[in-house]
Structure formats: structure tokens, C-alpha cells
Ligand binder design. Structure first.
Ligand code: PAF
Length: 282
């Protein structure tokens, strides 16, 4: 397992693998890897001959008041996890390697990004689409792996790949949770012990919403109302959004009469966490 910093090194390695007829999977990450990322690497290792993990905190997808500077980074720890899970190459570029002086081309999307995280984080998906396109062009993988915790991101990337005729299979992998239910996230490391306890309102509200759907509740307002009530009872929690959207359009719906995504974003102290469930999965 090698860690490389330059685009040329990645291309040279992937060209060698291709010359041997090997398939390549890509797991794009921002590093500080946890079991959620490990499950993506495992899936890629199972499906492909070689796996590349990109480890890059992408400045372009952070807003001016967000946590770009404090986002946790530890490449040695990441390298160990990637090796343990059968990854073959880590691409860990500096921002200047990805965005040279004068960089001025962007990939943006006019649908799917107007709701949920796209609404709360206006520059986010332009940054994600741009960096993921660049990673796809650098690695040219057969398959790329993304977590369903970022459900809107997964939908946006699938749409981009379709719109721009990128010849890459996009694989969505299930949310991985801590034993007590909290969805794994690199940002969980920001939480102090009281906040860590408080953060359980996210998974508890998801469980409540799922139960309501399972029991036949069709009114989105009722489901959202109960979930919000549960979250608001936690003093350290501040709701960014609790919404139910059509899976295909990411637009809000009022009635559960089609495949839907229930997505939440909640601040616990200063830390913004997300979680979700799909109506089809309950
Ligand atoms: O999900 C993430 O970690 C990031 O948004 C991604 C896809 C690696 C792009 O920077």
C-alpha cells in the first residue's frame, strides 16, 4: 500500500494496473477514516482488483464560516486503516496539486441541490461535484463508492455521472453506526462527552420516524413534527432541517405516496451532524 501526493503518480500506477488488465475501484474521502469508510474500502476490495482511496479535505466544498481549518486530519492513521482493509493506493494531494493557480472550471448542478444540505450549504455541492469529477478524471475508476449517510450527495453524484456520460458505476453503501446508534462521522470527534450523549437524538429521531412510517403514517407533517419534538427536547441540539423529500427530485413532499428520503441535519453545540432513512428501507 502506497501513499502518493501527485496526480502523475496516481496516473502512472493506474496505467500499470490497466496494462495488466486489472479493474480499479475508487473510494473518495476527506480522510480521518472510520468504520464507515472502511465498509466502502471493503466493498471496493471485493468488487475490484485494485482500490484507490483519495484522502483530501476539499476546500471548495466548505463555506467561509465552516470547519475547513479544524477538520481532523491524520494520514498515518488513515494509511493503517486502508492497508488493513485491502486498499492499494492512497492519493493524498495538497490543495495546490488539485487547484493550481488560475483554476477556474467548475462542475455545478441546477437540480437536486436546492434542498436539504444544498440549501444550508450553498457552495457545497459545486465543490463536491468539481472535486469528484477531477478525481474521476485522475483515477478513471471502473466503480466509485459513496456512503448513504450523505444521501443527497449520492443522488447528486449519480445524476452528474449520468448527465456528463461518465463511464463509472456508482455504488451506494449502507450507513454504519456506533453501537448506540450514532451514525459514524469524522465530525463525531468534535463532540465532548456531554455532546456525544446529546448527539443520540439524531438516531433516536430517525428510529422514531422509521417506526411511524412502518406503522402506516403517511403525513410528512406529522412525521416531521414528532421527530422535531424529540430533537427539540435536547437542550444541546439545534435543528438545521428535518425534511422529507422525493428521492428522485429531492423536492419536499407532503404525503408518503412515492419513494422518499427523510433527512435531518442537527447542530450539537457547534458540530453539524446529518442522518437519514429511506421510506423504502423501513
Ligand atoms: O463525502 C465526502 O467525504 C466528500 O464530500 C467527498 C465525496 C470525498 C468529496 O470531497
Amino acid at each position: 500500500m502506497r501513499v502518493v501526493k501527485t496526480i502523475d503518480e496516481v496516473r502512472k500506477q493506474v496505467r500499470e494496473w490497466r496494462a495488466q488488465g486489472l479493474t480499479v475501484g475508487l473510494v473518495p474521502t476527506m480522510g480521518y477514516l472510520h468504520e464507515g469508510h472502511a465498509s466502502l474500502i471493503d466493498a471496493s476490495h471485493k468488487d475490484n482488483d485494485r482500490t484507490v482511496v483519495s484522502d483530501f479535505v476539499n476546500p471548495m466544498q466548505f463555506g467561509p464560516t465552516e470547519d475547513l481549518e479544524s477538520y481532523p486530519r491524520d494520514i498515518d492513521r488513515d494509511a493503517q486503516l486502508v492497508e488493513e482493509h485491502g486498499g492499494d493506493l492512497i492519493f493524498n494531494p495538497e490543495p495546490s496539486e488539485m487547484y493550481h493557480e488560475g483554476f477556474s472550471s467548475f462542475v455545478d448542478m441546477t437540480v437536486l441541490t436546492q434542498e436539504l444540505c444544498g440549501l444550508s450549504r450553498p457552495v457545497h455541492f459545486r465543490g463536491v461535484c468539481t472535486v469528484v469529477s477531477k478525481l474521476f478524471n485522475i483515477v478513471k475508476p471502473d466503480r466509485a463508492y459513496f456512503g448513504k449517510k450523505d444521501a443527497q450527495q449520492l443522488a447528486v453524484i449519480r445524476h452528474m455521472v449520468d448527465d456528463l456520460n461518465m463511464d463509472i458505476e456508482i455504488i451506494g453503501c449502507p450507513i454504519i453506526r456506533e453501537a448506540d446508534g450514532l451514525a459514524k462521522s469524522s465530525r463525531n470527534t468534535y463532540l465532548n462527552p456531554d455532546e456525544r450523549k446529546a448527539a443520540l437524538v439524531l438516531s433516536r429521531s430517525i428510529a422514531l420516524g422509521k417506526d411511524m412510517v412502518k406503522n402506516g403514517e403517511k403525513s410528512c407533517e406529522t412525521i416531521i413534527g414528532e421527530m422535531k419534538k424529540l430533537i427539540s427536547a435536547e437542550p444541546l441540539a439545534r435543528i438545521d432541517y428535518v425534511k422529507i423529500v422525493d428521492c428522485a427530485t429531492m423536492q419536499q413532499i407532503t404525503k408518503l405516496d412515492r419513494p422518499a428520503l427523510c433527512a435531518i441535519a442537527v447542530y450539537i453545540g457547534k458540530t453539524r451532524l446529518i442522518d437519514n432513512f429511506f421510506s423504502e428501507d423501513v
